[in-house]
Design a protein. Structure first.
Lengths: 173, 546, 305
């Protein structure tokens, strides 16, 4: 009979007590591995832009500034879907998805994370062509005697090497 | 399985060119043999129509293509029936007179691709709105840019109300969680007729899948097709692509996918029970069921990083592992949910006012269900014994033992019983699979790309069979992506279920099929703005009296 | 002492106005606890009403405004006739006719006001409310009729409390039915059909807003309070709580009154939490059964029992 069922329901309810929490007056801590706000560590970021490539909604973008000699890596949380692809592809493990999820704000500017990565100037033409950390990282694989040429931008480098090869041919012939 | 596929392929040779690949049979036929082929499939092969896809293949073969996807559940085979449609004044014969369940799919192809279906019983539009859309806007055609809007400069609301006193449920109604429009023509408190106008939550997902995204990014958007059953779409999609590219993900990935799919089923069915009780006015039941559901959400958050949008799927495998410590937690939650659920659910379902409002309410006769190709718990509650996990085994389901609950009550109460049993079966499946995770990598090393390859991926979503059909394109993109969510097949049955019922039961009946309008309306970008004309028209009708 | 009596009467009205939403707040809180929730603060309904009273209504019809105002005034008049906090009223000979009329009218006027609404939902809610009200008020009429016939008086003050008049079988039957009816009268689950939110988007109330909605809700809550108070009045021996202080008669029956009202609210809330909603036809069937029973009881009264 359903009235007995009703009393049982009541008994069970009173046995359990209150299960809701007074959030937001009470803090709620998400578990490990929670995919919250992605944060870039400015010391680790190479400025390679792999994250921007991988980001499905194109929330991450890079922008080079010649006046300041820096590359800006920007995350716009308004587009972010918290998938973590950026963290997966980052070669320097500079991006981590934190546990922060309370991201609402009245100011649009609060939704941007901007990282500034210093760039390297070409010793020939003066254009900023790559970031310092990227250059330093690639230097590890470059033999000593070729290192000076690394601070030359790709266009100037090809111009230089063509001069060398044509000079070599002239000498040889 | 192999032999059955070849058997079927041989039998179908009489109707056209037959191709077989990866367990899927394709018959390329023409209009003259179409009717015989369909009849043969229905009668001799006991096939069920899953969906109809229209593809603009003019850049490839100078024509359009219409593909009817059938499932032969007993033989575990999908059959694609392909028809070529001429470029100029595209038209093809309709199969709706033979299979009423094809109604919506064919109308959708007509609305979005401009292919006429000769002999289709109705000229009424499904998605397209005459007064709101541009005249010749066919968004799924390749020459229509994905960023171009289809609306006319000043759209006007155009749903003509039906005769008689009508009560509109929707587009905004507390009983519904998504916008849709049911117009119920009532006589006193009895529903005489029901009309449905939907497709108000289009987001252009199929078009986006072809244009802006590459095949590796699509799992993320597939997951967002639905607010409850996203992961099943993600899995169905990756399975379709994996089939098209000939990839077999490692065992551990399949197990993890199945475990998460079952977790999703449990949370979805518990959510459904909550909604049902709420609609019946029994809020205590609602609160209790959702209280029981909460640990499932927290488990999902622990395993994947998010309560609902798991984001762990990728083409070729999964991105996250379930390690030993998490296995323990999974078993704990399964036991807890099982205990609490079984303690309370029968008490709730035995309350006299719940029984009175669900037994004999919203009846869907077996014959109607078959005609409309209904799927999932709604079909199983009307005696139709189909379940994609058993009929077209995928992921790790071949490694689990489970029953498929079927009932012959055909009413809201039966649907509740079927879902109740499914929750218990799912809990058992999770337990079996999580105790037995094979030690393999989580995904394949490389994903080789194959151009212009077709694939069908199907899963048993909480609401029924979910079919994704893909044709890969060039340079890591898709040529066509078709999503047939289960609610697409189930919603038309509502119009049968509502007739003759009490008005007060309408929300309960609508809720009983567990409609997921987000899943259903995912085809195109439409932003409908409603003028005030709507209430004026209904008010005028109302003043004409009861 | 006339001024003392008048003070008590005014206090009755004020207490009724404040107590009605307060009790509703208690019911919400208790219902929440049964559902394992924290629930809104007990004063929440008072907060809601005070917010709504301050707002101007939107898109309303004059008819709604007039009818709701009438409905609310009728409820106020009832607080003058049915003793709430203190044992005083402006009762007069044969005032029971007026009491029954006012009780029925508050609901009927509400249903009429709802029809004036533009939404079909309010129309459906209105028709349901009208059906339910007719059924409920019929039972109340029979119950009050039984009491009047049993004791040969049609004046309310003369019937309070029943203890002084002696119990009869028909009276016991009537009071039992009344006890159940105080629950149903408040349109609590399973009878909250006219305002079923998931089904008809708040039905009767959907077209009201601002002050009109405030008055409509307040009237509904006052009715609940008044019917329960009526039941308590029949049984509570108020004179036990009179005290003489320096020549003045201090009526402390407000204390047991409040205690019983709060207790009743808790019981109602717990009951409500354990029920789903009835469909209108089932509700009417149940009320028909009650009406037949109450008629039977009245026949008993006529027969002298």
């Amino acid at each position: 009979m359903s009235s007995v069922g009703r009393l049982d329901i009541l008994k069970k309810a009173l046995g359990i007590g209150v299960v809701t929490r007074k959030y937001p007056y009470v803090r709620v801590e998400p578990p490990e591995g929670f995919r919250g706000k992605p944060i870039i560590d400015p010391d680790k970021c190479l400025g390679c832009g792999a994250c921007a490539e991988a980001c499905p909604p194109k929330a991450i973008s890079t922008e080079d500034s010649q006046e300041e000699g820096a590359r800006y890596v920007k995350i716009f949380y308004g587009r972010c879907i918290f998938c973590g692809m950026c963290a997966d592809v980052c070669p320097a493990n500079a991006i981590e998805l934190s546990k922060e999820f309370e991201l609402a704000s009245k100011e649009r500017n609060d939704l941007y994370l901007v990282i500034k990565v210093p760039m390297v100037k070409c010793s020939v033409c003066g254009k900023y062509f790559t970031t310092a950390p990227l250059l330093l990282k690639s230097l590890e694989n470059v033999p000593e005697h070729l290192r000076p040429i690394m601070t030359v931008c790709p266009e100037c480098k090809s111009k230089l090497s063509s001069r060398f090869t044509s000079f070599a041919r002239r000498v040889g012939s | 399985m192999r032999s059955q596929v070849t058997e079927v392929a041989k039998k179908l040779k009489a109707f056209g060119e037959v191709y077989v690949r990866d367990g899927v049979v394709k018959v390329v036929t023409d209009e003259d043999r179409l009717k015989d082929l369909i009849l043969y499939m229905l009668q001799s092969l006991n096939a069920r129509l899953a969906t109809t896809v229209g593809v603009d293949t003019r850049v490839l073969t100078h024509n359009y293509r219409v593909i009817h996807i059938f499932s032969i559940d007993d033989l575990k085979i999908y059959v694609l029936v392909e028809l070529k449609v001429p470029k100029e004044r595209p038209a093809v014969r309709s199969i709706t007179p033979l299979i009423p369940g094809a109604d919506w799919s064919e109308r959708e192809v007509r609305d979005l691709l401009g292919i006429e279906f000769k002999g289709h019983p109705t000229k009424e539009y499904l998605i397209r709105r005459p007064k709101l859309w541009l005249e010749h806007a066919y968004p799924l055609r390749k020459d229509y840019p994905h960023s171009k809007k289809v609306l006319v400069p000043s759209p006007q609301y155009d749903i003509e109300p039906t005769k008689g006193f009508s009560v509109a449920i929707g587009p905004y109604h507390p009983a519904l969680h998504e916008p849709e429009h049911f117009e119920l023509v009532v006589d006193g408190e009895r529903i005489v007729e029901a009309r449905y106008c939907g497709f108000m939550v289009h987001r252009g997902i199929e078009k986006l899948g072809e244009s802006r995204l590459d095949i590796y990014q699509i799992p993320f958007i597939a997951e967002r097709i639905c607010g409850i059953c996203g992961f099943t779409h993600s899995v169905a999609y990756t399975q379709a692509v994996e089939s098209a590219l000939g990839i077999d993900p490692p065992e551990r990935a399949k197990y993890i996918r199945s475990i998460l799919l079952e977790i999703e089923r449990v949370h979805s069915h518990l959510l459904w029970f909550g909604v049902l009780f709420h609609v019946l006015g029994f809020d205590t039941g609602f609160m209790n069921v959702w209280r029981i559901r909460e640990p499932v959400m927290e488990l999902a958050e622990l395993l994947t990083g998010n309560r609902k949008t798991y984001g762990v799927n990728k083409v070729g495998g999964v991105r996250r592992d379930i390690d030993e410590s998490k296995v323990k937690k999974v078993k704990e939650v399964v036991n807890r949910v099982r205990k609490e659920f079984t303690e309370l659910i029968d008490k709730f379902l035995n309350l006299s006012e719940v029984i009175e409002r669900t037994k004999g309410v919203g009846v869907l006769e077996v014959s109607d269900a078959k005609k409309l190709c209904v799927v999932g718990p709604n079909a199983r509650a009307s005696s139709i014994d189909i379940d994609t996990r058993r009929d077209h085994p995928y992921a790790a389901y071949p490694n689990a033992e489970f029953k498929v609950p079927v009932s012959d009550g055909c009413d809201v109460y039966s649907r509740a019983l079927v879902r109740r049993d499914e929750i218990l079966e799912s809990l058992s499946i999770i337990e079996q699979l999580v105790s037995d995770l094979p030690k393999t990598p989580l995904s394949v090393e490389e994903v080789p790309f194959k151009e212009l390859s077709e694939g069908v991926g199907a899963t048993e979503a909480p609401r029924g069979e979910n079919v994704h059909y893909v044709i890969t394109g060039r340079s890591r993109k898709l040529f066509r992506w078709r999503v047939r969510a289960p609610s697409y097949a189930n919603i038309p049955s509502l119009l049968y279920m509502l007739r003759g019922q009490h008005l007060a039961d309408a929300p309960a009946i609508i809720a009983s099929i567990d409609p997921c309008f987000s899943c259903t309306d995912r085809v195109l970008v439409i932003n409908l703005r409603y003028g005030t004309k709507r209430y004026v028209t209904l008010r005028k009708l109302r003043s004409l009296g009861e | 002492m006339l001024w003392l009596r008048l003070t008590y009467i005014v206090l009755n009205v004020l207490v009724a106005l404040l107590l009605a939403p307060l009790l509703h707040g208690i019911e919400r809180k208790v219902k929440a606890k049964v559902q394992n929730r924290i629930g809104p603060p007990i004063l929440q309904t008072i907060y809601d009403l005070s917010k709504l009273y301050r707002r101007a209504p939107i898109g309303y019809s004059i008819a709604s405004w007039i009818l709701i105002s009438m409905s609310f005034s009728y409820a106020l008049i009832l607080t003058l006739l049915v003793p709430t906090a203190f044992n005083v009223s402006l009762g007069f000979t044969s005032d029971l006719v007026l009491v029954i009329y006012l009780l029925t009218s508050t609901s009927v006027l509400m249903a009429l006001a709802a029809i004036a609404g533009a939404s079909p939902y309010s129309g459906v809610g209105s028709s349901r409310e009208a059906s339910l009200v007719m059924a409920i008020e019929l039972v109340i009429a029979f119950i009050i009729g039984t009491l009047a016939v049993s004791y040969g008086v049609f004046t309310l003050p003369k019937l309070l409390p029943i203890w002084d008049l002696g119990f009869k079988p028909s009276v016991l039957g009537a009071l039992t039915l009344l006890a159940i009816l105080t629950y149903i009268e408040g349109l609590r689950l399973p009878f909250d059909i006219p305002e079923a939110e998931p089904e008809i988007a708040s039905g009767v109330y959907v077209d009201f807003s601002g002050r009109i909605l405030a008055a409509a809700l307040h009237t509904h809550l006052l009715r609940r309070l008044l019917v329960t108070s009526l039941f308590i009045d029949f049984l509570l021996p108020r004179e036990w709580f009179y005290f003489k202080l320096g020549g003045y008669l201090i009526d402390l029956s407000i204390v047991p009154y409040l205690i019983i009202m709060v207790l009743a609210s808790v019981i109602y809330a717990v009951t409500e939490a354990l029920f789903g909603r009835y469909r209108i036809d089932a509700a009417l069937k149940l009320l028909k059964a009650m009406a037949i029973m109450s008629l039977g009881v009245m026949v008993l009264a006529f027969a002298g029992y």
